[in-house]
Design a protein around this ligand. Structure first.
Ligand code: ATP
Length: 223
């Protein structure tokens, strides 16, 4: 059975979620109070409706109660985002994901029962900042407030060394969970695996440990 989603707010973020879910074959109800946005998405989403999401009666009429997962992607209007989330919790929606503009917004969303709070601009800013520090840092994903996962390209300092020679766990406290080599992914690297040029390591650990690992092994001097 196709899963059903609703995306409220079709700005760049909500619009992109709506496009991707639809491209994956999901049923998506797109809602925005701007007619132009609805015209833009009427051929992309399964249904696209002009509505003010802060109005409980309207959301009831739209049958939102029966939708598995609602994504609130209203950006600038924090008040509308909060009110919409309250209405959705009152309707008993199983899963509500909300885009937060700032920490204050996030705190309130937590209190009123949002299940998942996302900060796309902040997260993307962090990922890009890490890549700017070194082009060897390919990706960076926050797991919690103080743990992350990074994808790094083997730099000069790691080239030709074995995992035991580098002993990343003992020296930096983080774990190499996989090595990507061309199209292969080795999810349990062994001690005598020797690192080659263009290998990519997936490393997990606390932000403090990852930062030490990056400084010592990943960021080349000329970066
Ligand atoms: P992005 O950076 O993702 O584009 P944004 O900050 O620009 O986000 P906004 O333009 O503030 O996002 O809002 C996203 C959409 O939410 C807009 O298309 C806007 O029309 C819609 N929206 C705002 N308030 C409501 C509301 N009460 N009901 C329905 N849609 C709303």
């Amino acid at each position: 059975m196709k899963r059903e989603f609703a995306v409220i707010g079709l700005g760049r973020f909500g619009g992109s979620i709506c496009r991707e879910l639809s491209a994956e074959g999901m049923q998506v109800l797109a809602i925005d109070n701007d007619e132009d946005k609805i015209n833009e998405y009427k051929n992309i989403a399964s249904h696209a409706v002009i509505a003010d999401s802060t109005d409980e009666a309207t959301l009831r009429e739209l049958g939102l109660k029966n939708i598995d997962h609602v994504i609130v992607a209203i950006g600038d209007n924090i008040q509308a985002s909060i009110l919409t989330t309250v209405v959705l919790t009152d309707l008993g929606i199983k899963k509500i994901t909300v885009k937060a503009q700032n920490d204050y917004h996030e705190k309130i969303l937590n209190k009123i029962g949002a299940d998942q709070i996302v900060h796309p601009e902040r997260d993307m800013g962090k990922r890009i900042a890490h890549n700017i520090i070194s082009s060897n840092i390919l990706d960076y994903l926050e797991l919690s407030d103080d743990h992350s996962i990074v994808e790094v390209k083997v730099g000069k300092r790691m080239l030709g060394k074995t995992m035991i020679e580098l002993d990343i766990r003992a020296n930096y406290g983080c774990n190499v969970v996989a090595i990507k080599r061309e199209k292969e992914i080795n999810v349990s690297p062994s001690a005598d695996d020797e690192l080659r040029e263009d290998d990519i390591l997936i490393v997990i650990g606390s932000d403090k440990d990852i930062s030490r690992f990056e400084k010592h092994l990943v960021i080349d001097e000329n970066h």
